[in-house]
Design a protein around this ligand. Structure first.
Ligand SMILES: [Zn+2]
Length: 265
């Protein structure tokens, strides 16, 4: 057995173990990786506090409003029949009844953002705050069971949207999916350079015996993640999707390394 084959085996074992230890990941609708990247301490995005605060919020029984910038999609209200040239996210513009989740509204549209990988600093947070201001905690209280159910579905979608867009990796995978490029997460990494680097990184993490050392490794990993995220953005914008997938593979490993570090810290 040559060295690179051994490395493939080790990484595969690691991946299998991860899947087993995260059974809930398979239940996430848009991106199984989102489940393994929800630790706020591993988050590298400046809006990390947003993800935390969203997880703490109880959306159930609340209603909210948002605008969609995409004029191509349309909707007809189930209650009054009002027809709109934009998807009615949350409310009917006419009778204000709560609408069912419209799957044609993507996560970027929920926050009034363009379908662009790179988010301007604070844009998601800003939009989320706008959206939060529109929350009316008592609004669905007196609504029918049907509308309360719709509201619960809508809030689940908003939570998932924010969680997905906040993280670089899950956002990259999501925008690829929007462009019809599904990432096969089962694919075994065979790039010997990457395998070697990841083995060394794992060893370094395993051998680090104080938080100072771990923090240094973490800074380096985060820097790498940022660089590959920038590289993903370039490749994605230029529609070099094969290269973009390679960037996602790198980002996946760095995210996992971050989790290993946080576990030890
Ligand atoms: Zn209506």
């Amino acid at each position: 057995m040559n060295k690179s084959k051994k490395l493939v085996a080790s990484i595969s074992t690691l991946l299998i173990r991860r899947r087993i230890s995260h059974p809930s990941s398979s239940t996430l609708r848009c991106n199984p990786l989102a489940a393994i990247s929800t630790n706020p301490q591993t988050d590298l995005n400046p809006v990390k506090t947003l993800a935390v605060s969203i997880r703490r919020l109880q959306f159930s029984g609340r209603a909210f409003s948002s605008e969609s910038s995409d004029k191509r999609i349309s909707s007809v209200c189930w209650n009054c029949g009002f027809s709109s040239d934009k998807a009615a996210f949350l409310f009917c513009d006419s009778c204000r009844s709560i609408q069912p989740v419209d799957d044609s509204v993507n996560y970027f549209q929920i926050f009034g953002l363009e379908n662009k990988y790179e988010l301007e600093g604070g844009s998601l947070e800003g939009k989320y705050k706008d959206w939060q201001k529109k929350l009316h905690p008592d609004l669905v209280h007196n609504k029918s069971q049907k509308e309360r159910d719709y509201a619960a579905d809508q809030s689940a979608k908003v939570t998932e949207a924010c969680r997905t867009l906040t993280k670089r990796l899950s956002r990259a995978m999501y925008i690829m999916k929007l462009n019809g490029k599904n990432i096969n997460e089962e694919e075994t990494v065979t790039d010997p350079t990457l395998l070697m680097e990841m083995m060394e990184l794992r060893e370094a993490i395993a051998e680090a015996d104080d938080s100072k050392e771990l923090n240094q490794i973490q800074s380096q990993v985060q820097e790498n993640l940022k660089q590959w995220s920038d590289s993903f953005a370039d490749n994605f914008e230029s529609q070099r999707f094969d290269e973009a997938v390679k960037c996602i593979r790198r980002m996946t490993y760095y995210e996992k390394a971050c989790e290993e570090i946080v576990k030890k810290l």
